[in-house]
Design a protein around this ligand. Structure first.
Ligand SMILES: Nc1nc2c(ncn2[C@@H]2O[C@H](COP(=O)(O)OP(=O)(O)OP(=O)(O)O)[C@@H](O)[C@H]2O)c(=O)[nH]1
Ligand SMILES: [Mg+2]
Length: 288
């Protein structure tokens, strides 16, 4: 997988530092643009930022850092006030190993602590271990679970789950799906089928379709979000593994270009290691 320069925050910062050590921003526009592009900032923002750096007559590294931090936070906060906590049905999607199943348990724990009745649907029928993984947590926490059999049709399991949730009055259904590459068309269509099945009983407004992205992913994070969004009309993103050394990726681009809210961040294997996404904390990580 590609690595972003956010993965090496020092190199991004070092570049900005060396640019400003040799004069004000207006003399180094090309270098600034290049540093921002390599940090995965999308082109539409890069022009805006370099123009502003020139106009504001920013000439020291400290001022540039402060300015860029403020701008990144602003971009991440754009239009994000009005999102509800969650909808009735949550589909967790994403590439292999991103943290979907772990996040399913964390979300269940979080919503249960708010007094909600939660149901899991173990729709990763690709791996028996995935069903067991969720079942262990379901047993421990007393969460209802609907599961299929290895090799079964995930959409059929989902249908069973939502019918039961409707009958038994669950507040939220958390659907764990098998990891898949965004480039595999047939596997992406399988997710669309899951969504269609849900639409037989619920409406689009009842469904949160989230992509789980490992926060250590670089440029590829944007490609993942874009493809999943094209197929599924995502409603948000969860970033995982904030506790590892690396930070970020194309998160600002995902937010700005695709307009997808970043809902939560996770920071450990413990079931409580989840919080609402915090733009300040995220940007601090980039500028560490
Ligand atoms: N350090 C850390 N590890 C995490 C976090 N979230 C998940 N993991 C670990 O990442 C690995 C993959 O997590 P899973 O939840 O199984 O990922 P998945 O997306 O369900 O994987 P597939 O079902 O195989 O696609 C596991 O070893 C998890 O313990 C996190 O926030 N921090
Ligand atoms: Mg899984």
């Amino acid at each position: 997988m590609e690595k972003s320069s956010f993965l090496r925050p020092r190199s991004f910062l070092d570049r900005i530092k060396s640019i400003f050590s040799s004069g004000p921003a207006k003399e180094h526009v090309d270098d600034l643009e290049e540093a921002l592009i390599e940090a995965d900032i999308d082109m539409s923002i890069v022009g805006e930022l370099t123009d502003a750096l020139k106009k504001e007559r920013i000439s020291s590294f400290e001022d540039a850092k402060k300015f860029l931090k403020g701008q990144f936070i602003l971009k991440l906060k754009e239009n994000s006030a009005e999102h509800p906590k969650h909808r009735k049905i949550i589909i967790l999607t994403g590439i292999n190993g991103a943290g979907k199943t772990t996040t399913a348990s964390k979300l269940a724990h979080l919503y249960q602590s708010l007094g909600e009745k939660v149901m899991f649907v173990a729709a990763d029928t690709f791996r028996a271990a995935a069903i067991e993984q969720l079942e262990i947590w379901a047993k421990m926490s007393g969460t209802d679970i609907v599961k299929g059999i290895e090799g079964g049709d995930p959409a059929a399991v989902v249908f069973d789950g939502i019918v039961r949730a409707k009958k038994e009055g669950h507040d939220v259904v958390i659907i764990d799906t098998a990891g898949r590459l965004h480039t595999k068309v047939n596997l992406m269509q399988e997710l669309l089928k899951i969504k269609r099945v849900i639409l037989k009983e619920f409406s689009e407004e009842d469904i949160d379709t989230l992509i789980i992205i490992d926060a250590n992913t670089g440029k590829n994070a944007f490609a993942q979000a874009k493809e999943f969004n094209n197929t599924l009309k995502l409603t948000g993103v969860i970033l995982t593994k904030f506790d590892s050394s690396a930070k970020g990726g194309s998160v600002i681009r995902i937010k700005h270009e695709l307009g997808l809210p970043i809902k939560y961040m996770t920071f450990g294997e413990n079931v409580e290691a989840i919080s609402e996404f915090n733009p300040e904390e995220f940007v601090d990580g980039i500028f560490q």
